[in-house]
Write a protein that binds this ligand. Structure first.
Ligand code: N01
Length: 525
């Protein structure tokens, strides 16, 4: 397990030492809350800065119809509060938000959190060896916070990507992004258009199709979606009882979810250089998965050849994120659903016009067009040692960090869910975030116990790690030539995904190696 149980002090610091130390955490989603809980347990003063009025992060912001997780919840939960009470194996958004809130309340994190306040800029003050963090509240009040350590817990997927389709601004009827769902707009009985068929679109479609007059789905490319019988199941009272009362079973249940993720990863994602049909699959196992997925599509669309053709991707399974079929394919057979694969030409008042000249009249347009993932940490400005900004260092879209966490020239700066840490092969993002929280806690312990003012990752381990990541990823499904997704940057480098099995990443981050860091003591006055 990643279990970041309280990192124990080797030498208990004096109360005055702790009182003089401060950690700033940006964001209170799953990771920010875990970070807060662990800092609190260790007695380290901290402030969480949260732009929203609530904890929850992505689970607070995404409220679209059908929202839910597609990782099994008994694994997609904190190892230190595994919650035997999940009602579903794959919970819906409100249940997950309630779980994060409960954890935050248990640790009374609201006492440490500045809600409705957004970080605009963080600058490393080389004299004081502190981060100076500029914030602005929703009502425009500016402030500055000083902290020894800065942890970003802003996630990779918080800035909506709006498509640049000519005429979008002329639509004039309600138009909104899935991550900014406008609940004041009723969709029942309306002609709804939806652009995008990724994880968000695939959940919205089946949730609204039964009540809208017509749903027109504009698909640029199809995504693979896997059937999982547990997806729709509720957890029986008996199972809940066992999970609550038989800890050994609970551990085993979580472990087998962990293990099956690692297993999938192994067999399906690596390119076999001798595999003949690399356009459609990567290896024998991957080809088998492809056949199963196609058979599933065919059976769900009643063998309609037109729908099979439109809904079946060319690229190998796992090239883009593997989705869960939440009755998406069955939905495509509804008489009030149209899957449009002709590309969009432009948008006019109340209509989307496709390249074939067809005018699709709509009352509402939903943009399920994803996020600006690759511009990591944007729109914040982060300025490190020597005045270098993170954008100067990373360029527009080439984020790199040691273990996905630390960056040369940025002392005492820790990124969670950072470069190359996204789990695109199954497995729980919460597991990864706990690995990162644990690593950061170990680093903070090193700073405090060693009476060090700063720690900055050395160039050599940083570069060696990047090389390892790039080498491993070049053999994976996402690097597949011709594959476009939010995993790759504009130069085709996979910047978002982790190439490691869960257990590998856990082992990589289990210890903090001080030899990989340059430590600096504060100059005495
Ligand atoms: O975004 P996406 P998402 N014209 O980028 C299309 C997590 N997540 O919000 O594939 C026309 O995957 C684009 O087309 P194409 C999860 O990690 C998890 O759905 O590029 N179409 C694609 O179909 C996920 O991977 C959950 O050809 C345009 C879609 O929009 C990540 O969030 C739920 C277009 C964008 O898909 C992002 O998922 C939701 C244009 N100009 C999200 N621009 C669960 O756990 C984009 N598209 C269940």
């Amino acid at each position: 397990d990643s279990d970041p149980k309280t990192v124990k002090w080797r030498t208990q610091p004096a109360p005055a030492t702790l009182a003089n130390f401060h950690v700033a955490v940006i964001g209170s989603g799953f990771t920010g809350v875990a970070m807060g809980i662990k800092l609190k347990e260790a007695g380290i003063p901290f402030t969480i800065i949260e732009k929203n009025p609530s904890v929850g992060g992505t689970w607070f912001e995404n409220t679209y119809p059908g929202i839910g997780v597609d990782t099994a919840n008994h694994f997609y939960s904190y190892s230190f509060n595994n919650n035997a009470d999940w009602n579903h194996f794959f919970a819906k958004g409100p249940d997950i938000l309630a779980y994060i809130r409960r954890n935050a309340e248990l640790a009374a994190l609201s006492e440490h959190t500045r809600f409705n306040e957004e970080v605009t800029q963080s600058v490393w003050d080389e004299q004081a060896m502190l981060w100076r963090i500029d914030t602005v509240t929703k009502d425009g009040k500016h402030d500055q916070i000083a902290a020894n350590v800065l942890v970003t817990a802003t996630g990779q997927l918080n800035q909506p990507q709006y498509p640049t389709i000519p005429g979008l601004e002329d639509f004039q009827e309600p138009v909104f992004h899935t991550a900014r769902w406008d609940h004041s707009v009723g969709y029942a009985g309306k002609r709804v258009g939806m652009i995008g068929t990724g994880a968000s679109g695939m959940q919205v479609g089946p949730a609204i199709a039964p009540v809208v007059e017509n749903l027109t789905i504009f698909q640029r490319s199809p995504h693979w979606a896997m059937h999982n019988p547990l997806y729709f199941e509720t957890v029986s009272d008996g199972k809940k009882w066992v999970l609550k009362n038989i800890p050994f079973y609970t551990k085993w249940f979580r472990f087998q979810l962990f293990w099956s993720s690692s297993d999938t990863f192994h067999h399906n994602l690596k390119v076999d250089p001798n595999w003949p049909d690399q356009k459609h699959s990567l290896n024998a196992e991957n080809a088998k998965v492809r056949d199963q997925l196609v058979a599933h599509i065919a059976s769900e669309v009643d063998n309609d050849p037109e729908l099979i053709r439109k809904a079946t991707p060319e690229y190998p399974p796992y090239g883009k994120r593997m989705l869960r079929d939440n009755h998406w394919y069955r939905m495509l057979t509804r008489p009030n659903v149209d899957l449009v694969t002709e590309h969009i030409d432009h948008i006019e008042k109340g209509a989307v016009i496709t390249k074939d000249g067809v005018r699709h009249e709509l009352d509402i347009l939903v943009l399920a067009t994803g996020f600006q993932a690759r511009r990591m940490l944007s729109p914040m400005h982060v300025v490190g040692r020597g005045g270098i900004s993170i954008r100067d260092q990373w360029g527009e879209d080439n984020p790199r960090a040691h273990l996905g966490i630390t960056v040369p020239n940025f002392p005492n700066f820790f990124v969670t869910y950072g470069p190359n840490t996204n789990l695109a092969h199954g497995g729980s993002a919460v597991f990864h975030s706990e690995c990162q929280v644990r690593y950061i806690m170990l680093a903070i312990r090193e700073l405090i116990e060693g009476d060090q003012a700063s720690a900055e990752v050395r160039a050599e381990p940083f570069e060696a790690y990047q090389q390892k990541v790039d080498d491993a990823i070049s053999k994976m499904a996402w690097a597949h030539p011709g594959m476009s997704s939010w995993y790759k940057n504009s130069k085709g480098r996979v910047t978002q995904n982790s190439p490691w099995r869960l257990v590998d990443y856990r082992n990589l981050t289990a210890e903090f190696d001080p030899a990989e860091y340059i430590f600096t003591k504060k100059a005495s006055a």
